[in-house]
Write a protein that binds this ligand. Structure first.
Ligand SMILES: C[S@@+](CC[C@H](N)C(=O)[O-])C[C@H]1O[C@@H](n2cnc3c(N)ncnc32)[C@H](O)[C@@H]1O
Length: 281
């Protein structure tokens, strides 16, 4: 699939789709507080990264997405639009959210746009049970630990890609006050806040690496548009059969984080073949 032409033009592509923007109630030109425009830019940046990834996708192989904490599903609808209108690739989108009102709204929009290749589920991320094997687990601004649920779900499903742009991160900040080697840095409230964000995303990235993924971090939009612009892009490596959490454990022990991510794997045999089998019901 050649994405070169469209990659840089996603914004124009989406802007020109009045039907899509109307269905999503996204008013990118007139929204007074600029929130719609901000969301639009985040979605464009996320789509761009996905198109980079699917450039090398085998032809005629369906791409199955699981959009975790999909909310109003701007991201999935935009992706579906781009794929359906501009590429011949078959796609399927699952969206999951704990907010039933938003799930109903997504179902209405899906029907109005005639997107039969979408299914929205009212559930906690970790409890979602997609029928099709999932290739890409994605999440845009899944609040707090919902990003960690997304990562855990992606690993358990054996997703080929896990791509998340985290949102607020609260767990580690309060535990960073003492008893670790950078206490002279985190004594300052603002630095503690920023460092907690960095540490949280480092722990997530190390966990993914330990679970057999290669990881890179990219920015999906200008920090002027949104400070929550960091994306963790994880690609499953072939042939890795066991977890190896040395990097994660070193960070965890250094800062006494007791980070929530590992809680989703308690009682699991950290052997990939076992846990994938377990998860595939
Ligand atoms: C900030 S909104 C982001 C929504 C959407 N991804 C977007 O970018 O517009 C966070 C969403 O996460 C959902 N959420 C929070 N925790 C969740 C969980 N454990 N499982 C499923 N959804 C969750 C909320 O209901 C909310 O819709």
């Amino acid at each position: 699939m050649n994405c070169d032409k469209i990659k840089n033009n996603i914004a124009e592509e989406l802007k020109s789709s009045k039907e899509l923007l109307r269905a999503l109630s996204l008013d990118i030109e007139k929204s007074e507080d600029g929130r719609d425009f901000k969301k639009f830019n985040e979605v464009v940046g996320f789509c761009e990264q996905i198109l980079r990834v699917v450039e090398a996708w085998p032809q005629n192989k369906e791409i199955v997405f699981l959009d975790c904490s999909c909310g109003k599903s701007y991201l999935s609808f935009a992706l579906n639009y781009i794929f359906s209108k501009r590429f011949s690739a078959e796609t399927f989108f699952y969206g999951v959210d704990i907010n039933s009102v938003l799930i109903e709204r997504c179902n209405r929009i899906k029907d109005s746009l005639g997107f039969d290749n979408m299914q929205f589920v009212h559930a906690k991320i970790i409890e979602a049970l997609p029928e099709k094997p999932v290739d890409m687990v994605i999440a845009l601004h899944a609040c707090d630990t919902a990003t960690d649920e997304t990562i855990a779900k992606g690993i358990k499903l054996g997703a080929r890609y896990i791509m998340v742009v985290p949102c607020c991160e609260n767990q580690i900040r309060s535990s960073l006050k003492n008893g670790h080697p950078l206490v002279d840095l985190t004594v300052f409230g603002l630095l503690r806040y920023r460092f907690a964000d960095i540490l949280t995303d480092a722990l997530r990235s190390q966990f993914l690496m330990g679970a057999g993924y290669s990881v890179k971090l990219v920015e999906i939009a200008s920090p002027k548009c949104t400070p929550k612009n960091l994306m963790i892009v994880a690609r499953r490596k072939k042939g890795v059969k066991k977890f190896s959490m040395d990097g994660y454990n070193r960070l965890d022990e250094m800062f006494h984080t007791e980070f929530v991510l590992k809680d989703y794997f308690r009682g699991y045999d950290m052997n990939r073949e076992n846990y994938i089998h377990f998860e595939k019901f």
